[in-house]
Design a protein around this ligand. Structure first.
Ligand code: TUI
Length: 312
């Protein structure tokens, strides 16, 4: 069994986190992952506090184990979301798409473990100084909003830069990727894309099928010119968006064009919606229960790491 500072810090069996994907990481999915021994995370995305409150309660009907909430820092509802997290005594908060510095003190004072997602060494260092409990270093292979560094390079650089435990994200879909990032010095892993295809995920079956059918080069990055690049599976919408981007449409117009598209995809509009997913889509083979994903990834990683030891 792989025991790390991350599993100890969070009080979980496996140092595996499920990514806080907006509209997909619901209380039902997060509850199932936590019940299986990982850390399930509810993605607050751009939803309001009343949506989140229901999802927290759903997670608590499924599990009494720890779970987390991911706060997307560009959300207009950030302040009310943070207040609810404190009121509900959510044990773990992860953040994405920005710098959570201004919320750090209030969360820590409420006894909440704070684990920001970063895409750079500089932000990792700053947040470690401000009291983050751990850091998720997310490579550009990830789905959704991304930075530029690869997981392979970013993870060991962040490991060298901070003393707190580092969790690797971006490009990990199975035990092989997990074993690889543990070798890079990560003490935990976060998987998003594979959990899109969990049975408990609310993503429409045609979204799940697009992830399963995707091959190595089927994801593209939209929105680089807006300053908010987002990795998606190529479809009619991504092609028309990229064409407009090439024509030089303004960031404002591009943002407008993208509004509501994630939710449309989750509901099943796989041509006009935005199919957020990582490069590792090509490694996802089937729809299966969240617990089977957790078990497969961790057991395979352990087998690989033991096998490597035996060969030394
Ligand atoms: O946040 C994510 N993935 C996401 S958020 C999202 S919703 C969205 N839609 C359009 C534009 C922006 C967001 C869809 N997918 N992953 C974690 C992550 N955080 N990846 C990269 C970052 C990040 C980027 C810049 C974190 C901090 C950051 O810092 C900027 C600063 O303020 O220093």
């Amino acid at each position: 069994m792989l025991i790390t500072r991350v599993s100890k810090l969070l009080g979980i069996k496996y140092p595996l986190l499920q990514g806080g994907m907006a509209w997909i990481a619901t209380g039902k999915l997060a509850g199932a992952v936590s019940e299986a021994g990982g850390l399930g995370i509810i993605g607050a995305g751009s939803a309001d506090a009343s949506w989140l409150e229901k999802e927290i309660h759903t997670a608590r009907t499924i599990t009494d184990k720890p779970f987390g909430v991911n706060v997307m820092l560009m959300s207009p509802h950030c302040d009310e979301i943070m207040d609810l997290i404190i009121k509900e005594k959510v044990p773990v908060v992860t953040t994405g798409a920005g710098n959570p510095g201004k919320y750090m003190l209030m969360l820590k004072e409420a006894g909440c473990k704070v684990i920001p997602v970063v895409a750079s060494v500089a932000l990792a260092r700053r947040l470690a100084r401000q009291g983050a409990d751990a850091i998720i270093a997310e490579g550009t292979e990830a789905g959704g909003h991304i930075g530029e560094m690869t997981t392979m390079c970013l993870v060991p650089m962040v490991v060298d830069a901070v003393e707190i435990p580092v969790i690797a994200a971006g490009g990990i879909a199975d035990g092989r990727g997990a074993a690889a990032v543990f070798a890079l010095g990560a003490e935990g892993i976060q998987l998003g894309t594979r959990f899109i295809c969990a049975e408990e995920s609310p993503a429409h079956i045609s979204y799940k099928e697009r992830v399963i059918k995707a091959r190595d080069r089927d994801t593209v990055v939209c929105g680089s010119s807006t300053g908010h690049p987002v990795r998606v599976i190529e479809n009619r919408f991504s092609r028309s968006y990229l064409a407009k981007e090439k024509e030089g449409l303004s960031a404002d117009e591009l943002e407008k064009m993208g509004a509501g598209r994630y939710q449309a995809a989750v509901k099943g509009d796989t041509e006009n919606g935005s199919l957020l997913a990582g490069q590792c889509s090509g490694l996802v083979k089937k729809v299966e229960p969240a617990a089977a994903i957790v078990k497969d990834v961790m057991e395979t990683a352990e087998k690989i790491l033991k096998g490597l030891c035996d060969r030394l």
